[in-house]
Design a binder for this molecule. Structure first.
Ligand code: GUN
Ligand code: ZN
Length: 432
């Protein structure tokens, strides 16, 4: 089996720098990663790795550039590639005016397949190698996405959105058909290669109690499958949920009632949380996905990371394309930094890069597989260049050799131009 050696400045996290300080990461300036059979075989000093490499090893020399684990996006909608950047509406109007119109096109399997190809090309171009993905209500949209992810050998989590009210007829299932279709998709795709399934009741606005109950039954039957939905994103949404579920004390109460909280549950947005919701997220081990570009673009509000951190709740970072305006996790981190600044919190670049890699891997319970450059892990890597544009190179001139400055430049000024290469299961995937 041919071995590939990726040379560069190897940076990987072992812990959260917020808790462990500088012990949290390891940097090998003249380093290399040896890859065999889609997995990391060894990581260390380039001299040592090269000395032990077979003669026919392929060597990709990215000396001077940073090599990190592939970036992870904890919440994104693949059917919204033509919704991104839609003008002038907040959440509920934006869904009705743009999103629900576009999502109806995924009844056509050929359309689903072509968008899935574009979407994965784009993620890899941006250095993202794993994502937790919403498809549409159509099972064919899920088949198209998983088939394309499987073809490319990528680690992906995805699910069919379930919606049985407050949506156009072309986008609705029923409690029963949503349950049956999800069961069939789980049977077809879950655990196949690097794929996993997320049970996906879109949000409490578009699901009846019967559908949420069916979602809870699916989660109980498939304990290791994921659950993904939206929570406390927008005031009109929250008021709508209150009207639909008058018995619920809070929005999260609705999901809790149907057994949808837990360590594999990812709640998008989590902006306007009551104190009891913060406590329930923390005690259940649920994950709050911070979607800064989306929260700003849709005028939804400012995420309070410190409040969740202080409560011991798990947090992830996500683009939420197409409410989000960028596929780039670097740009997403930059906007996250600004949102946190607005709340009097700042976000060191080491913490942001931890979050985009090991932090999001932990949030998705994938830390034994991806998110770190350690032998035995799957070989998903990104190569980043902090000198990618004239303005970045100029900014770097006074800070050469300072890792924290370099990471901060990458995050505040970087995007796809800073991504030199992306490796998915050991294969070069940017522009492949
Ligand atoms: N809430 C329910 N569906 C969606 C969606 O597609 N995007 C966002 N941002 N919020 C939602
Ligand atoms: Zn979303």
């Amino acid at each position: 089996m041919t071995e590939r050696i990726v040379r560069g400045r190897i940076l990987t996290f072992r812990d959260d720098p917020r808790l462990a300080g500088a012990r949290a990461w390891r940097l090998v300036n003249n380093g290399a990663v040896a890859i065999r059979g889609g997995r990391i075989a060894a990581v260390g000093e380039a001299g040592e790795i090269l000395a032990n490499a077979p003669k026919d090893a392929v060597i990709d020399d990215h000396s001077g550039k940073l090599v990190l684990p592939g970036l992870i996006d904890a919440h994104i909608h693949y059917p919204q590639t033509r919704v991104i950047g839609s003008y002038g509406a907040q959440l509920l109007d934006w869904l009705n005016k743009y999103t629900f119109v576009e999502e109806q096109k995924f009844a056509d399997p050929a359309h689903s397949a072509s968008v899935a190809r574009f979407f994965l090309d784009e993620l890899f171009r941006q250095g993202t190698t794993t994502a937790c993905v919403y498809c549409t209500v159509h099972p064919a949209s899920v088949d198209a996405f998983f088939a394309e992810a499987e073809r490319r050998g990528a680690r992906m989590i995805a699910g069919k959105t379930m919606m049985d009210r407050n949506a156009p007829p072309g986008l609705m299932d029923t409690a029963q058909s949503g349950y049956d279709e999800t069961q069939a998709l789980i049977a077809r795709w879950r655990g196949r290669g690097r794929l996993d399934y997320a049970i996906t009741p879109r949000f409490a606005v578009t699901s009846s109690e019967a559908q949420l109950e069916a979602s809870g039954a699916l989660a109980a039957e498939h304990r290791d499958a994921y659950v993904q939905t939206h929570l406390d994103e927008n005031f009109a949404e929250i008021a709508f949920v209150k009207r639909q579920f008058p018995w619920a004390k809070t929005y999260l109460d609705v999901y809790a009632r149907y057994g949808l909280l837990g360590p594999r549950s990812i709640f998008g947005h989590c902006i306007h949380l009551a104190e009891s919701e913060v406590a329930a997220l923390a005690s259940s081990g649920s994950v709050a996905a911070f979607c800064p570009t989306s929260n700003l673009f849709l005028g939804s509000g400012l995420f309070d990371k410190k409040r969740l951190d202080d409560a011991g709740a798990r947090v992830a970072l996500a683009t939420d394309v197409g409410g989000g305006t960028s596929y780039s996790m670097l740009t997403t981190a930059a906007e996250g930094y600004k949102v946190l600044q607005m709340g009097g919190q700042s976000w060191p670049a080491t913490q942001a890069f931890y979050q985009m890699t090991l932090g999001n891997a932990r949030a998705l319970s994938l830390q034994d597989r991806v998110g770190a450059l350690e032998s035995g892990r799957e070989a998903d890597l990104v190569v980043l260049d902090a000198h990618a544009t004239p303005a970045m190179a100029h900014r770097m001139e006074s800070h050469e050799g300072d890792l924290e400055e370099e990471l901060f430049v990458l995050m505040t000024m970087g995007d796809d131009r800073a991504v030199r290469q992306t490796y998915v299961a050991g294969r070069a995937a940017k522009g492949a």
